[in-house]
Design a protein around this ligand. Structure first.
Ligand code: NAD
Ligand code: APR
Length: 231
């Protein structure tokens, strides 16, 4: 049985599929005020604006296709003689549409609605609106199932367990600007994992990685997977 491989992905892996990143030159946070569309306070102040923001991202996602980086990670899951765990900060479903299994969405999913009153989750419709009633409790307290700034990411206990047992940790297309995800490399390295960063450019936590592979994810990820499988 080969080492467990834990992979963290960020917006950069979906960039070549046409989905925007957050902090690049034309990133989402250069066009929108994240305090208005990605915080609980913003949602309380103007739920219609927040639903519009995620309705637009949901439409973009429907029009996007997985790229060779998503396909390469699915290939690694199929052919690696060991566990391959994908933890994503992304809320799109391109990993799944690219063939990956059991993806851990630590920041939630565009494709799900959440009831703030009863906690019910259901497949989100194409568009959500402030007065949508929860399918289970009927209260009009529905929100996108997205983890906003100030909220705790999902599945952290499971993620920390995976990091503690990783033989290889890779971060793909993430700026290393947001915690706790940006701290995963330190935890994996402390557990003895070989760490590799795959990005267009050095992230804020590049110094914590043993290996770096710079370039576009659609090129660097297939090359990295090929090297792992041909070893
Ligand atoms: P944050 O992610 O910027 O900060 C998280 C915490 O890490 C804060 O307590 C901060 O003080 C700490 N931190 C920041 N830099 C650090 C460093 N260099 N060393 C150690 N600690 C550091 O903001 P947040 O409000 O905590 O966000 C919580 C979660 O919500 C994050 O995981 C974030 O990615 C997520 N989120 C999701 C979306 C979305 O649209 N899906 C949008 C925003 C935030
Ligand atoms: N190939 C590889 N990396 C790329 C590509 C590409 N084609 N295009 C962009 N990148 C890299 C950028 O260099 C940058 O390091 O992707 C990263 C994108 O960083 P961010 O925009 O900060 O996105 P991310 O790291 O996913 O943000 C983390 O912050 O706002 C919150 O919850 C939100 O999940 C998001 C979190």
């Amino acid at each position: 049985m080969r080492d467990k491989i834990v992979i963290l992905t960020g917006a950069g892996i979906s960039a070549e599929s046409g989905l925007g990143t957050f902090r690049d030159v034309d990133g989402l946070w250069t066009k929108y005020d994240l305090n208005e569309v990605a915080t609980p306070g913003g949602f309380a102040r103007n739920p219609a604006l927040v639903h519009d923001f995620y309705n637009a991202r949901r439409a973009n996602c429907r029009g996007a296709a997985p790229n060779p980086a998503h396909a390469a990670l699915a290939r690694l899951q199929r052919h690696w003689d060991g566990d391959v765990v994908i933890v994503t900060q992304n809320v799109d479903d391109l990993h799944e549409r690219g063939g990956a299994n059991d993806v851990i969405h630590m920041h939630g999913e565009l494709g799900q609605g959440l009831c703030a009153a009863c906690g019910h989750r259901w497949p989100a419709p194409d568009e959500m609106f402030p007065d949508d009633a929860c399918p289970r409790c009927g209260v009009p307290a529905t929100r996108p199932d997205i983890v906003w700034f100030g909220e705790i990411p999902y599945f952290m206990d499971e993620i920390l367990l995976h990091l503690g047992g990783a033989g290889v940790f890779a971060a793909i297309g993430t700026s290393g600007e947001v915690y706790p995800a940006a701290g995963f490399v330190e935890l994996a390295a402390r557990a003895g994992a070989h760490t590799v960063e795959l990005n267009l450019e050095p992230s804020s936590v590049v110094s914590a990685f043993a290996e770096t592979r710079f370039g576009k994810a659609s090129e660097t990820v297939p090359a990295w997977v090929g090297a792992l499988l041909d070893e």
